[in-house]
Design a binder for this molecule. Structure first.
Ligand SMILES: Nc1ncnc2c1ncn2[C@@H]1O[C@H](COP(=O)(O)OP(=O)(O)O)[C@@H](O)[C@H]1O
Ligand SMILES: [Mg+2]
Length: 345
């Protein structure tokens, strides 16, 4: 197991600052997702860890060993990092087994050992019967499993994934998410998983690093990123629910009583400065009640398990409620709030 330490890393491409002085540790055996919109620097960070790019500033260490800084960089081969890309990057002229065997062949592992390791690893990704299939005879999901097997066969202590599910349909994604979790349990490798899909990040990782424009906004377990986002940008990027403004009536150490449109509710979080705060109200913390926050129904959209109902508060701000039935537009309802988070400034 290997720790990855990223210290004050900066990477520029001409005028673009792809990574802006970022620092983050990936503890040995952890599963961290890098989550953020397209262009925020996720792939760049992965490529720097793998050794396909050199930093302009800062350092990368594996445990205590310096792997790269602006002056010296170890080659990708010396780093021994496994990488799985969105585009499977398989050899089209080799069959599945030959693709998986490739990293062992280049390391001159004995033939018999290669054969047995390839067989074991193909089994582990449910491709036991596909060893002799040509790549073009495999579906997208099977190709991604071959890429995964090729990465696993090398027994890397660090595995990097760059949006590995982006080309797969919804059902395949669900089964691959299971496969990734299983691989993490078995290998205990240090995994860094890049995605712009929050549901993947929430489902897979023990920590999420939320990125924006070359910076890391928050590093926290999925539950904290979802329930206690570090700022407006994280709150807006993860989950549903828009910020609502309120006025603090009473301050406590880690909570406050807040007035929203004449209705008082208890909110988690610390009020440092002004008594005007922004609250995050997630749909699952809201329910219809006899007493509560007054709001006017805008529309209800059927989502299968629930109706997603959009509401307008007296001050014009919006709120989203999950309701069991469609609510008629224009009616006034009252909303009970079981959880609210004071978004830090
Ligand atoms: N080889 C490159 N040359 C020039 N600009 C690049 C290169 N690679 C990435 N960038 C730029 O760096 C920024 C971050 O890109 P990237 O790391 O690919 O983002 P993400 O993976 O989060 O979508 C973007 O503005 C992108 O256009
Ligand atoms: Mg990318």
């Amino acid at each position: 197991m290997t720790d990855i330490h990223i210290q004050n890393l900066t990477k520029r491409f001409g005028e673009t600052i792809a990574l802006n002085n970022i620092s983050i540790d990936f503890p040995a055996g952890s599963f961290t997702s890098l989550l953020g919109p397209s262009g925020c620097g996720k792939t760049t960070l992965l490529r720097l860890i793998a050794g396909f790019e050199a930093p302009d500033n800062g350092a990368i260490k594996f445990d205590e060993e310096l792997i790269a800084d602006a002056h010296r960089q170890k080659t990708p081969e010396e780093r021994g990092v496994g990488v799985v890309f969105q585009s499977y990057a398989l050899w089209p002229h080799m069959n599945a087994a030959e693709n998986v065997a490739y990293p062992l062949k280049t390391r001159k592992v004995a033939k018999a050992e290669i054969a047995s390791r390839v067989e074991t690893v193909l089994d582990s990704v449910s491709l036991g019967g596909f060893a002799n299939r040509r790549i073009e005879e495999l579906s997208g999901g099977q190709r991604q499993r071959v890429a995964l097997a090729r990465c696993l066969v090398a027994d890397a202590k660090i595995i990097l994934f760059d949006e590995p599910l982006a080309n797969l349909d919804m059902h395949l994604r669900a089964s691959m998410i299971e496969a990734f979790r299983d691989i993490h349990r078995r290998t205990r490798a240090t995994i860094v998983y890049v995605t712009h899909d929050q549901s993947e990040a929430l489902a897979l990782s023990d920590r999420i690093a939320v990125m924006h424009a070359g910076n890391i906004l928050q590093i926290a377990p999925p539950v904290d990123v979802y329930h206690s986002p570090a700022d407006q940008r994280v709150a807006g990027f993860i989950g549903r629910g828009t910020p609502v403004s309120g006025t603090v009536v009473e301050r406590h150490a880690a909570s406050a009583l807040v007035d929203v449109g004449g209705y008082r509710l208890s909110a988690r979080g610390v009020v440092n400065g002004s008594s005007h705060v922004q609250l995050l109200l997630r749909p699952e913390a809201l329910s219809l009640a006899d007493k509560g926050l007054p709001a006017k129904v805008q529309d209800s959209t059927y989502r299968g398990a629930i109706y997603e109902t959009r509401l307008k508060l007296p001050n014009g701000e919006r709120l989203t409620l999950d309701s069991a039935a469609a609510l008629p537009a224009g009616t006034t309802v009252h909303i009970a709030v079981t959880d609210a988070w004071i978004i830090p400034d």
